[in-house]
Ligand binder design. Structure first.
Ligand SMILES: [Zn+2]
Length: 164
């Protein structure tokens, strides 16, 4: 019997004899992802299908005007997650624009340091995919406070941060 590895969960499964080319196992989560991916691909490649989907969701919104407001009210965690994901998408778009040098007319040399924060940074050295985030942090201005800090405080690594 031929076993396959599911494209999503990577578990071995037995393809259906009715679907010899099956590449996704029958777990409902994997099937949902497969349908969702197919839908997305088809929307991107088939303008007629895209139009039908847009019409359907517009009709649905007209019939259910309160749905999204009620859903936002009853699922604040989802709202927050969506907001964060949107922020990440916005950030990615800005970085892409920067890379295309479209919206970076006033780029100046910056003394800021780039910190790479993430668990998979060793991939960077191998020039593989680096799923870590890049944080560009402005460097702090040099400390100008009175030189009264004792050596003990500096050695302990505790630095006071002035509020404001
Ligand atoms: Zn699977």
């Amino acid at each position: 019997m031929v076993q396959r590895r599911c494209r999503y969960c990577e578990r071995a499964f037995q393809p259906s004899k009715f679907q010899p080319g099956q590449s996704v196992c029958s777990e409902s989560a994997c099937q949902r992802r497969r349908r969702c991916d197919n839908h997305r691909r088809r929307i991107a490649s088939d303008p007629e299908y895209q139009q039908v989907c847009q019409d359907n969701s517009r009709k649905w919104r007209t019939r259910n005007p309160e749905y999204w407001r009620r859903r936002r009210e009853s699922h604040p965690a989802i709202v927050e997650r969506n907001r964060q994901q949107q922020r990440v998408r916005d950030q990615r778009r800005r970085l892409r624009n920067l890379a295309n040098n479209n919206s970076a007319f006033d780029l100046k040399h910056s003394a800021a340091q780039v910190w790479l924060v993430g668990v998979s940074l060793e991939h960077l050295a191998n020039n593989n995919s680096a799923p870590a985030q890049v944080w560009v942090l402005e460097t702090l201005p040099p400390r100008r406070g009175p030189q009264t800090e004792s050596c003990q405080q500096q050695r302990s690594g505790i630095h006071r941060v002035s509020a404001g």
